[in-house]
Structures are given as C-alpha cells and as structure tokens.
Write a protein that binds this ligand. Structure first.
Ligand SMILES: Nc1ncnc2c1ncn2[C@@H]1O[C@H](COP(=O)(O)OP(=O)(O)OP(=O)(O)O)[C@@H](O)[C@H]1O
Ligand SMILES: [Mg+2]
Length: 464
C-alpha cells in the first residue's frame, strides 16, 4: 500500500493487476513455532499460494541457497541461529527477495532494526487470519512492483550502453585500466578528467559494468545539455502539479539510479549554488523530490566527468573545492589523443572493423595513416571515429587513401611545409625533383641551376 502511494502511476497499477492474475509468489516461511507454521500455511493456501515451511533456521539457509523465493516470512528469535543472521544471508544470496519479519511480543525494537537492515515490513504476533491474508497480498504486490521497477530501470540504463572496449596500448592508460578494475568493486567516487572525446563516458560505463552494481542501472546526466532551471527536476524528480508542466509524477535520475551508478557528466558546467545542493546530496545520499516533503534515501555510486581545468576553476571560485574533494575519491586523467600517437593505428583498425561492411576487406594506405598520426585531433577519439566512419563509407576499392580524409587532414602536409625553413624547403624540393627525373642534367635544368651548383647542394644536404 505504502508503495502504491509512492508510485501512483496508472502504468504500474495496470501492470500489477495483470501480473496478479497470472503470477503466484514463491514463499518460504521460517519459524520455530509449529503453530505459527500451520496457521500461516493455511492462510497462504486460502489465497491459492504455495509455501515451503521450515522450523529449523539452518535447514532454511540451505533452502535459500538453492531456491529463489519472492517472499520470505522470517521469525527473529530462533535457535541456534537467529533471524538477523538468516536475513543477512538472504540479502547476500538473493537481495531482491522481499523479507517480512514475524515479531513476537516485546521484540518490536529488534524487528525495526531488521527493517533497517533491508526487511520490508513487520508482522506482530498474534495476527488475525484476515489481516494476514490482506498483508500477504500487499507484500506480493509490493514485490511485483519492485521487480517491475528494477526491470524498467535496467532497460533505461541498457539503452545507453555501447561497445565497452577501451582500445589503447599507451602504458599510462593501461595502468589506469588496471586500477579501474581494482576500484570498480568498491563504492569510491570516481572523477574522470580529459579533453572532449577522450573516452570518459566509455570508462564510466566500464567501471559500472565491472562493479557489483551492474544489475542495476547506470543513469547518465549531462549538465552541459540541461538548462540550470531544469536540473533539480531532472535529478530529484517531482510530483504532479508542483509546476504547470508537471502533468504527472516523474522519478528523478537519482532515484532511477538507486542501487546502481549515476554518471554526472560535464560537472564543471553547473553554477556554484547548484554545486552546493549537489554536495549536500552526495554527502547525505538523501534528497527531496520537488513537491514531496519527504526525504528519500538512495544508494548510488557516483562517477563524474569534467573537461575544464578544475584547479583554475577552484582558484577563480567558480568551482567549490569541497565538491571537488567529494567527487574525487579517485581521479583519472585521460591524455589527449595527440599525446598517445601509438594508439592511432590501433583505433583506426578498430573503427574500420566497426564500420565496414562485414563481407568486404578494408585497408588504409601508409600515406593516409601518416596523415592521421600527425593531425592534432582536438576532438580526440570521437573525431577520429567520425573521420574513419566517413572514410569507410567513401572508399570504393577497399583502400582508404588521403583522398577519403577530410580536407583539413589532407592539407596537413602543406601546413607543415609552410612552417619549415628555406633550407629545409630547398632540400625537400631538390630531393623531389631528383626522384622524378632520370639524370642530373634534367634535374639541374628544372631547378634552374648549373650542374656544379646541384653537386654542391647534394653534398651539403647529403642527397645521394
Ligand atoms: N580508447 C577508446 N577505444 C574505443 N573507443 C573509444 C575510446 N575512447 C573513446 N572512444 C569512443 O569515442 C567516442 C567518444 O568517447 P566518450 O563519449 O566516452 O568521450 P568523452 O570523454 O565522454 O567526451 P565529452 O567530454 O565530449 O563528453 C565514443 O563513441 C567512445 O566509444
Ligand atoms: Mg562524455
């Protein structure tokens, strides 16, 4: 019931009604009191539900390991192991099971502690048959909604996940990847730094995929693309009617990410006043959806990305130092592509394979590769990816040459020549003419110098 109030959307209610007709819960009842087992069992039967019963908690643990229960009704005071221990084992083996605590007289405080440790609700003994029927139905509804919500969140997260391969042979980046694997399992916040297109989002996806949170969604929010006025509603969500456009309840990205990871992209773009709000959420892991005067607690891992010079922003007071420290549990800097030229051939090959027709073989000429290796790549890997995609589409005979590269890359040689000294230019030109002519006489004629001058210059520039 409580849950229905929280998620009032018609979608869920219809979904649940349909599921209720067809699905039945898999129930386990654990209590060392045989009378309780009997009375609960007959209540479940009256609802058409089947339940396994266990009076021995050790045997119950075995059942939990080999079965996936939807609902577990659990007594707290048992021998030789108590309900708390059983609860912690359930949370480890099947965290999605809905656990209901059966609490005896005087055990209510303990039962509340169990709820804080992840149980859904408490039933006080003795319980009326009708109340138990009602409660069991509600717990089943809760379980169905929770399962549905989890699936929905997962789909949302999956939509944005793309190829999770970070191609590199740069020693610094290889070390970073190793370290990322190690910290992925922890909940430590990660701050990714690097120019645009260096692969920050790709790394965020890899961290999430390597973490224990991978079954839950990775939710991304790009601060650079959302106007400041909408940030709160995007992150925190809202209830219907709280502002004119709020025609229905909306879950915020923080809540959608619950259990998973939230990727705060372009964190350098937000105002200092929003930075303060964000800092508070990060520290308390609590927030209030707009229009709901109720705090929600979330369990999320934070990964953020920034492509501004944060040290300077802190000095200029446009970025809060405390927020920076809160985001950078660990910090990784991805070097720009021009500083790791050794990665260019690998990435080129990777993108050719990605974009080419699987039935065709596509290669790249040495001259084109040379141009790619010397280009500045201000858009980094994203720009290289686009260039290769375009070249693969344009190539006709399966060979990418300089002609299939954009003009600014083709003209790279001309730009280079413009920047060299006159001597260098003379040397290259003489070499070029000698290569294209059959003898020194012809070359000297084209160059407009006599044979002796050509001989002297060949000696000076060591041209054979
Ligand atoms: N090392 C890599 N191997 C393979 N693909 C890569 C690599 N680095 C980046 N990419 C690809 O390049 C594109 C840009 O990367 P990404 O979106 O992760 O960059 P970013 O650092 O988040 O950029 P921005 O700051 O502009 O948001 C993506 O398609 C990504 O898959
Ligand atoms: Mg990005």
């Amino acid at each position: 019931m409580i849950f229905l109030l929280e998620y009032q959307s018609i979608f869920y209610i219809i979904e649940i009604t349909i599921m209720n007709i067809v699905a039945k819960p898999k129930i386990l009842l654990i209590d060392d009191d045989e009378l309780i087992l009997e009375s609960f069992q007959s209540c479940f039967e009256s609802l058409g539900y089947e339940a396994d019963c266990e009076s021995n908690p050790e045997k119950a643990l075995e059942r939990i390991k080999s079965n996936e229960y939807d609902l577990i009704f659990l007594d707290l005071k048992m021998e030789p192991i108590d309900g708390y221990f059983v609860l912690s084992e359930i949370k480890k083996t099947n965290p999605f099971t809905t656990v209901i605590i059966i609490s005896g007289f005087g055990e209510f405080d303990d039962a509340i502690e169990a709820v804080e440790k992840g149980a859904y609700h408490i039933i006080k003994k003795p319980i009326d048959f009708k109340d138990l029927q009602f409660f069991t139905k509600k717990a089943w509804e809760f379980h169905l909604i929770k399962t549905e919500l989890r699936k929905l969140k997962q789909e949302l997260g999956e939509k944005s996940v793309h190829s999770n391969k970070f191609i590199t042979k740069n020693p610094e980046l290889l070390k970073t990847l190793e370290l990322l694997k190690e910290i992925a399992q922890s909940d430590i916040p990660v701050l990714l730094r690097g120019e645009s297109g260096t692969g920050k989002e790709l790394l965020a996806e890899m961290i999430h995929e390597a973490s224990h949170r991978r079954e839950y969604p990775l939710i991304k929010i790009n601060f650079a693309s959302i106007p400041e006025d909408f940030l709160e509603s995007e992150l925190f969500g809202y209830t219907q009617g709280v502002f004119p456009e709020a025609t229905q309840d909306k879950l915020g990205k923080l809540e959608l990410a619950d259990g998973g990871t939230i990727f705060l992209d372009g964190i350098g773009e937000i105002s200092t006043s929003f930075q303060a709000k964000l800092l508070q959420v990060l520290q308390t892991k609590e927030f209030e959806p707009l229009g709901q005067f109720k705090t929600k607690k979330i369990d999320v891992r934070i990964i953020s990305a920034i492509n501004i010079n944060i040290e300077e922003a802190i000095k200029e007071k446009s970025f809060r130092e405390d927020l920076y420290y809160s985001l950078k549990g660990v910090e990784f800097e991805i070097p720009p592509l021009r500083d790791r030229v050794e990665d260019i051939p690998l990435l080129v090959e990777f993108f050719i394979q990605k974009f080419k027709n699987p039935d065709l073989d596509v290669k790249i000429s040495q001259e084109a590769m040379q141009l790619l290796k010397t280009y500045r790549w201000s858009g980094n890997v994203r720009e290289l990816q686009n260039v290769i995609h375009r070249a693969v589409v344009l190539t006709k005979n399966g060979l990418i040459t300089s002609k299939q590269l954009p003009l600014e890359i083709q003209n790279r040689n001309i730009h280079n020549e413009e920047l060299v000294s006159l001597e260098e230019l003379e040397k290259t030109h003489i070499k070029k003419v000698l290569q294209k002519t059959s003898d020194y006489k012809e070359a000297s004629r084209i160059l407009g110098i006599d044979l002796t001058t050509l001989w002297r210059k060949r000696k000076k520039y060591q041209i054979d």
